[in-house]
Ligand binder design. Structure first.
Ligand SMILES: [Fe+2]
Length: 204
C-alpha cells in the first residue's frame, strides 16, 4: 500500500539544516490517514507523566509505543525510511552512519482538546539524525523556539503543518552536527481541537 504521495522533497535537508526543522505538506495520503486514525481506536493508550522531573517540562497527552507486526504504523515507518534513504543519497554532504539509520522508536501521541500540550524542550540526545512527525489530526500548534522562560517559549516560530503533513527535525548526527545545535527546542500549544501525531525516531 502506498501511504505517501510522491512529492518532491528537494531542499528539505537544506531547510532543516538552517531552520532546525521543515514541513512536507500533504505527503500522507488521505486514505492512509483515515486508516491510521481507525487503527488508533484499537491501540492501548497510556497517559504521559505530567511533569518530567529533571527538566520541569510539562506535558499533557496520551501515548502508544507498542504496535503489532502488521500495524499500518510500521508500514508507514518502512515507507518513510525508504523515502529518506533516497533523500540522503541525493545530499552532497554524506550522512554519518546513514546505513544504520532506521526507526526503532515509534510513538503515537494524542492531545485532547484543552490539553496543555508540551512545553518547550529538546528531545533526548540519544535520538539521532532525523526525527519525523506525521500530523494525523492538526489541533494545536507545533513550534520551534530559541529557549524558554518557565513553560513559555522565547522567540517562537510556529510551523504550518496541517493534517497529512510530515515535520522533519534535525537530531545529533544530522550532517555530522552534535550538541544542542542539533537538538532544536520545540513545543506544542493552543490545543483547542484534538491533536494526534505519529513520531518516528532512531535511538542510536
Ligand atoms: Fe519533542
Amino acid at each position: 500500500m502506498d501511504m505517501l504521495n510522491p512529492l518532491p522533497m528537494t531542499g528539505v535537508l537544506d531547510c532543516i539544516d538552517e531552520e532546525g526543522a521543515d514541513v512536507v505538506t500533504g505527503i500522507l495520503n488521505a486514505r492512509a490517514r483515515r486508516l491510521l486514525l481507525e487503527e488508533t481506536e484499537m491501540l492501548t493508550w497510556r497517559t504521559s507523566l505530567s511533569v518530567i522531573d529533571h527538566s520541569k517540562v510539562q506535558q499533557d497527552y496520551k501515548v502508544v509505543t507498542h504496535f503489532h507486526s502488521d500495524s499500518l504504523f510500521r508500514t508507514l515507518a518502512d515507507e518513510l525510511l525508504l523515502r529518506l534513504t533516497l533523500l540522503f543519497a541525493e545530499s552532497p554532504v554524506p550522512f554519518q552512519s546513514d546505513r544504520l539509520f532506521r526507526f526503532n522508536e515509534l510513538r503515537v501521541q494524542r492531545y485532547r482538546a484543552g490539553s496543555r500540550g508540551i512545553s518547550p524542550h529538546r528531545d533526548q540526545g540519544c535520538c539521532k539524525i532525523l526525527i519525523a512527525l506525521f500530523v494525523l489530526e492538526d489541533g494545536g500548534r507545533f513550534g520551534l523556539c530559541d529557549s524558554r522562560i518557565g513553560v513559555e517559549p522565547v522567540s517562537p516560530r510556529i510551523l504550518d503543518a496541517p493534517a497529512g503533513s510530515l515535520i522533519l527535525m534535525k537530531a545529533p548526527g544530522f550532517k555530522g552536527q552534535q550538541g544542542l545545535a542539533a537538538q532544536p527546542m520545540h513545543f506544542v500549544d493552543s490545543v483547542t481541537r484534538q491533536r494526534t501525531t505519529f513520531g518516528l525516531r532512531y535511538i542510536g
